[in-house]
Design a protein around this ligand. Structure first.
Ligand code: MYA
Length: 627
């Protein structure tokens, strides 16, 4: 985290204070240093990045993306059936959980189905699917067996994804068909005993041989999914790099493709875990492993970016997977609610149960809508989906936890029994809020990345306002935007994009985006570089961003349903309406709470409580029966 904080360069101290434009916002941009060196603003195409500037860029969200052509739809639909059959006829999630492993015959069937190379091009033996088609298969995995999902995900979503994204032609030819058709498993080895969230602080080291032909790799990794079975791993290690301009030597992370057959690669026993028990998780050790120079992935010193890109690229898959898990939980809950009679009535007739069922479905709908918005934008070629992907991971993992927990509640005592299969799902789900970037770290990542973008925009405007004659267009547009918002006339209009039935709800989302932009600006002015230390506030801002994204993707998807006259349109509309009411209220509260005096006071007290408890090593109250 410290690296994350240090790294936000735009926030490094700069002792200037520039008064600029607009009578209302005579801003003092103290301490803010933009990373935008050129006079051109770096425009992001990402919807979420732009809300940090209080702007709505509709291209990625309206209309709801629809990328699959008829052939692609037909192909994925033809795969759904065999994948579902595999889970109903061959796999048993509860048996896998009991045995803490997946039988060889079951795994063999998955290999036959092509499940280990879903996105690998056909020329290497893969199914050659895009992200959206992959998402559909992930849903099936999520609805049936998360341990199988992790085994497949660790292999292709992160294990060899680096080869697909960054591999040279030679690397692709050497590895992809093995990893797709020859039952060779892959793993992603980043985390270490002293480096979890702080991924840049890894200690595993690779030293280049004198002849420059290979690296010698030493170190150890922990909690590696597929660690005990993988023969090919994407491994991250520190390497010494020389800055060509200054001659200075610096450690930088490099990614390597490491084969077990190189020698010196060993692993510990399978970890005993709370859930996803049938997936294999181990420590992995590298002892003087000789890695050929040709196995550097993505260039020497670029490993951190390689790791982040792989993780960003795979995160939407978690959203799709968990949308499937939620469907399973909802089905269980509804089966029970439809049949269970208490106090003379089916329990589905009771308001308490109805509220749960509605809420569970609303969250499932939003999770699925996010996952397919992102996957389809990725399929359209978008490269800037890192904020959206992080948000979908946070939203999906928290929604799935809530949905499964409420399903158990609806089943009551029965839900607590193994037989209902929900306890296994709850155990399996817990890790999703932790791995692939904890939700806490991802919330900070979303807020700080967006703030960095907003700050660079502000600096750009600041420069433009210093020379209005040369920047007339920019200056006048900005002034008119600020005047409009300051007199309560919003500049964001959802109406051209959404169904008429949803316009009041679109207005709520628009108001949230406008307040969001103003809040970010206010925070920058108030805290300058110190915003990086305000985690309580960053978290509230991030929560507001998550709510905005959930509103926008559902508004868009429900409008599509209405336009296409889908039989489910009214139901989708209803869920969107409720979501927008809930999310906009929460969002407004969170945004107000980034500056409300009462909230800031509460935060101070909470800090004090936490400090006290940590200093005392635990609960620090005087017991009522002692004194
Ligand atoms: S694998 C382990 C997962 N581990 C993590 O996710 C680690 C979390 N930590 C981080 O992400 C980073 O360390 C953070 C940054 C974010 C904290 N995209 O100085 P920096 C750029 C693009 O801020 P730090 C697992 O769990 C940044 O702009 N760029 O970095 C598997 C800067 O660029 P520049 C990014 O302070 C479980 C540079 O990097 C990103 O050290 C198994 C340095 O940044 C980003 N995200 O920390 C799962 N972040 O230098 C199985 C930073 O140009 C799969 N940068 O300014 C299951 C799948 C589901 C099933 C599927 C079924 C098939």
């Amino acid at each position: 985290m410290i690296r994350l904080i240090r790294s936000y360069k735009f926030l490094r101290l700069r002792k200037t204070s520039v008064q600029y434009f607009s009578a209302r916002t005579n801003m003092d941009l103290k301490d803010i240093k933009s990373d935008t060196k050129s006079s051109q603003l770096k425009n992001s195409s990402s919807f979420m990045m732009n809300i940090f500037r209080g702007k709505m860029l509709s291209a990625e969200v309206f209309p709801y993306p629809d990328v699959l052509v008829a052939d692609e739809k037909e192909l994925i639909l033809s795969l759904v059936d065999p994948f579902e059959k595999f889970f109903t006829e061959i796999n048993s999630a509860s048996r896998n959980d009991e045995n803490s492993s997946i039988d060889g015959t079951v795994l063999n069937k998955l290999w036959e189905l092509g499940a280990f190379g879903i996105q690998v091009p056909e020329k290497y033996g893969g199914l050659g699917l895009g992200n959206t088609q992959y998402g559909r298969l992930c849903e099936i995995l999520g609805a049936n067996d998360l341990s199988v999902g992790i085994t497949l995900g660790a292999h292709q979503s992160i294990g060899f994804k680096g080869i697909l994204l960054f591999g040279t032609q030679q690397q692709k030819e050497k590895y992809l068909s093995k990893l797709t058709t020859e039952k060779v498993y892959a793993a992603f080895a980043l985390t270490e005993p002293s480096s979890g969230s702080d991924a840049g602080s890894i200690r595993t080291r690779a030293v280049k041989s004198d002849d420059g032909n290979y690296f010698i790799l030493n170190g150890s990794k922990i909690w590696i999914s597929n660690g005990g079975v993988a023969d090919v791993m994407t491994v991250f290690a520190q390497t010494e790099q020389v800055d060509l301009a200054t001659g200075e030597k610096k450690d930088r992370v490099t990614a390597f493709i490491v084969e077990r057959s190189f020698g010196g690669v060993t692993n510990g026993p399978p970890e005993k875990k709370m859930g996803i028990k049938a997936s294999n998780t181990t420590e992995v050790y590298f002892d003087n492993v000789k890695v050929p120079i040709d196995n550097v992935l993505g260039g020497e010193g670029n490993g951190f970016k390689v790791a982040m890109t792989i993780l960003n690229n795979g995160r939407f898959g978690m959203g799709a997977t968990l949308a499937g898990t939620m469907k399973f939980c909802i089905q269980k809950a509804v089966e029970h609610a439809n049949n269970r009679v208490q106090f003379g009535k089916k329990i589905k007739e009771y308001g308490c149960i109805q509220e749960k069922i509605s809420q569970m479905n609303i969250l499932q709908y939003a999770t699925e809508s996010m996952a397919y918005t992102i996957s389809q934008n990725m399929d359209k070629g978008s490269k800037e989906y890192h904020l959206e992907a992080a948000i979908s991971k946070i939203f999906a993992s928290e929604s799935a936890w809530y949905v499964c927990d409420e399903a158990i509640q609806i089943l009551g005592g029965m839900g607590y029994m193994k037989e209902a299969e929900l306890e296994r799902v709850l155990r399996d789900l817990r890790i999703f809020r932790i791995f692939e970037g904890t939700n806490d770290i991802l919330r900070l990542f979303v807020a700080l990345t967006g703030i960095q973008y907003a700050a660079s925009n502000l600096k750009f405007l600041q420069r433009a306002f210093k020379n209005p004659a040369n920047n007339f267009g920019i200056v006048s547009t900005e002034i008119s935007r600020r005047v409009s918002t300051s007199i309560g006339l919003g500049t964001i209009d959802f109406n051209p994009h959404i169904a008429p039935e949803l316009q009041n709800y679109g207005k709520k989302a628009a108001n949230c985006i406008e307040l969001f932009g103003k809040s970010v600006e206010r925070l920058l002015v108030r805290y300058g570089k110190n915003i990086i230390n305000e985690q309580y506030i960053l978290k509230r801002l991030s929560n507001a961003a998550i709510d905005i994204y959930s509103m926008v993707v559902t508004l868009s998807r429900a409008s599509r349903a209405i336009k296409l006259n889908l039989p489910t349109a009214q139901h989708e509309l209803n869920m969107t309406k409720v979501l927008c009411i809930q999310a906009s209220n929460r969002c407004m509260d969170n945004l107000r709470n980034t500056s409300a005096e009462s909230e800031l006071e509460m935060i101070d007290v909470m800090e004090e409580i936490a400090r006290e408890v940590c200093n005392k090593g635990g609960v620090n109250t005087t017991h009522v029966i002692t004194n």
